[in-house]
Design a protein around this ligand. Sequence first.
Ligand code: ZN
Ligand code: ZN
Length: 140
Amino acid sequence: MQHSVSSLLKQHGLRDTQSRRLVLHALVKGNKPLSQKEVYETIKRTDGSINLVTVYRILEKLEELGMVHRHLSSGGFVLCSLEGHAGHHVFLSCQDCGKVEECADPELCRHEDRIARSAGFIPKTHLSELLGLCSSCHTR
Ligand SMILES: [Zn+2]
Ligand SMILES: [Zn+2]
């Protein structure tokens, strides 16, 4: 997974600040869902100084823009690996090694929109999660 953090920020019209870069770096490096506290601790441990309130604020903003998702079963934050892919984003979460992959499916989205509409509901984000074993864990 290769992300240029600066270009990610630019794509979304966000100012390239040190704090935003640190938060994104922590998520890339973490490679698994991290809570606000864990993002904060990762940054402290490595290269930067930041305060926890700033971490909260930045993650909130990134989530709003769809750059990060809140991982459903852990409540942690993960970088969206399918930015710009329309459709429903599905997490495939391995219950053994903790790896989280992401898939997108526009067809699934349309189906859900139909369900939502018939309930008089206006969906804004499609996000779900499948729990199970990843390819390296179930072949071991
Ligand atoms: Zn996504
Ligand atoms: Zn696994």
